[in-house]
Design a binder for this molecule. Sequence first.
Ligand SMILES: C[S@@+](CC[C@H](N)C(=O)[O-])C[C@H]1O[C@@H](n2cnc3c(N)ncnc32)[C@H](O)[C@@H]1O
Length: 232
Amino acid sequence: MSLSCEKEFSKNALSYDKYNIIQKEVAKKVVSLVENAPKKILDLGCGSGEIYKLINWSIEEFTAVDISCEMCKLHPRNPNISVINANYEDDNLFERLKQKKFDIVISSSSLQWCSNLDSMAKKISKLSEKCVISLFCDGTFKTIYQQSNLEPFLPSQKEALKIFKKYFEIEYSIEKYKLFFKDNISKFRYIKKSGVSGGKKRLGYKETKELIKNYPHDYLEFEVLYVKGKQN
Ligand SMILES: C[S@@+](CC[C@H](N)C(=O)[O-])C[C@H]1O[C@@H](n2cnc3c(N)ncnc32)[C@H](O)[C@@H]1O
């Protein structure tokens, strides 16, 4: 299945959930793709618990992993939640997680930062027979890349799909989002604060200034790949 659609968020929406409005929308879609109310869930790159907070069925065990200690502190706690402050690419963590059996692995707005997406997808396939994943792809900030001649650092949707198809039977969709701003400075502040760029700084001061001056749209572009994977 392949589907492409475009959603727009108005700048007014920004006033309430300023820096993670797209991630929140993406998390909602991710949870809507989860079928059959799985009881044992692993969430990779859990952040402050967006996925957990959206789950509206009863679960037995929720394991949440995040590399950021600050994020882990913000994650909801209760006796059936284990929050693990670790790098999900770490082999020791993988060995530890392999001891458990998960009904599904979920990851929302995070795996675009993997240093090796192939090895991560392989690990996921060994931790569960099912996954629902969303990740930002190279259509994100497309105009910025075109304007500045930078190579996108986010994975291409084609490459990411090829990888997940190696380990799962997949259904997928790609969504494009536009987020509107009142001026260019706010756009670049958003890029810095939203976490979408993974903290990577590729432009110098002068280039950034040029870009801010000449960026042609009143919105930023985002492209998100959603993958629902199943093993036979
Ligand atoms: C954009 S946030 C998304 C959080 C949450 N999944 C959501 O949908 O709101 C991405 C999260 O991935 C985490 N992250 C990035 N790389 C990671 C890694 N290698 N291991 C574990 N967590 C990672 C970040 O710390 C951050 O909390």
